[in-house]
Ligand binder design. Structure first.
Ligand code: S6P
Ligand code: ZN
Length: 248
């Protein structure tokens, strides 16, 4: 079974326009955080970074800041204060998929994804960080996988991290020159979304795709730019295989 305490950083699976990231392959541990927060009786002082112990089970992490957040690391579910929930159904996603007729043929109440976002400071405030979980259902509209709307950050000079918990999918990235690439998502892949980059996720599997995200509180979301022109490529099922197909 997957060790929930480690997150792999692998950007060498698919080509990216950001050469400096292509060679990285390292890991981030969350076990130290769990140990400090979880037991309370640990003899190590907070200033010592605890050694990772692969045997240590970690089900959730909890913040110590004023607004409380708990993250269930098995399911991705957030609980605590200041959590905002958003739901997107097939009926909400007009103009997002390539095959609008196929979208209209589906029940508009079909759930495509929901997002929980922990907003410990006001949206737009400089210097804070938001944390969220996206739960993206499996399914297709025509040959295109269920996916998020996709956005640039309103402040273009803002990046983001995604960490996959469950399922499989593709993180579709498009820079401001409209060059689109895709990174494979699977449990424990960590994805760095550079500034100035539109991002959306497609679920290419048969089960729920769950990923965590962390982004600056003043980033904002620009959906309009994506709605106007879309991405320059779409993730479609071609010959049974998820394929990034350029738009003509
Ligand atoms: C926020 C972050 C995610 C998305 C979520 C839904 O910056 O990228 O939390 O909001 O995955 O996607 P979208 O494109 O509908 O906001
Ligand atoms: Zn974002």
């Amino acid at each position: 079974m997957a060790d929930p305490g480690h997150a792999d950083v692998r950007r060498n699976e698919l080509a990216t326009p950001w050469g400096r990231w292509a060679a990285s392959d390292c890991s981030v541990t969350t076990e130290g955080v769990g140990k400090i927060m979880g037991t309370g009786s640990d003899s190590q002082s907070a200033s010592q970074f605890p050694q990772a112990e692969p045997s240590l089970g970690l089900d959730s992490i909890t913040t110590l800041i004023k607004a409380q957040l708990s993250v269930n690391l098995q399911t991705g579910e957030l609980s605590g204060d200041r959590i905002q929930s958003t739901v997107r159904t097939i009926g909400d996603l007009e103009g997002i998929f390539r095959d609008e007729e196929a979208r209209q043929a589906l029940d508009p109440s079909t759930l495509v994804y929901r997002v929980q976002a922990f907003l410990p400071v006001e949206e737009g405030e400089e210097g804070g960080l938001f944390w969220g979980t996206t739960f993206l259902e499996p399914g297709r509209v025509g040959d295109e996988y269920f996916m998020t709307k996709g956005h640039y950050h309103a402040k273009r000079a803002r990046g983001e991290y995604y960490l996959t918990l469950q399922g499989s999918g593709g993180l579709i990235l498009m820079d401001e020159e409209r060059r689109t690439t895709c990174e494979a998502m699977r449990p424990r892949t960590l994805h760095y979304i550079p500034a100035h980059t539109a991002h959306r996720v497609a679920n290419t599997g048969e089960s729920l795709l769950v990923f965590l995200a962390c982004w600056p509180s003043d980033a904002g979301h620009d959906y309009a730019a994506v709605a106007r022109q879309g991405f320059s490529a779409r993730l479609r099922k071609v010959g049974g295989i998820p394929t990034l197909v350029e738009e003509r």
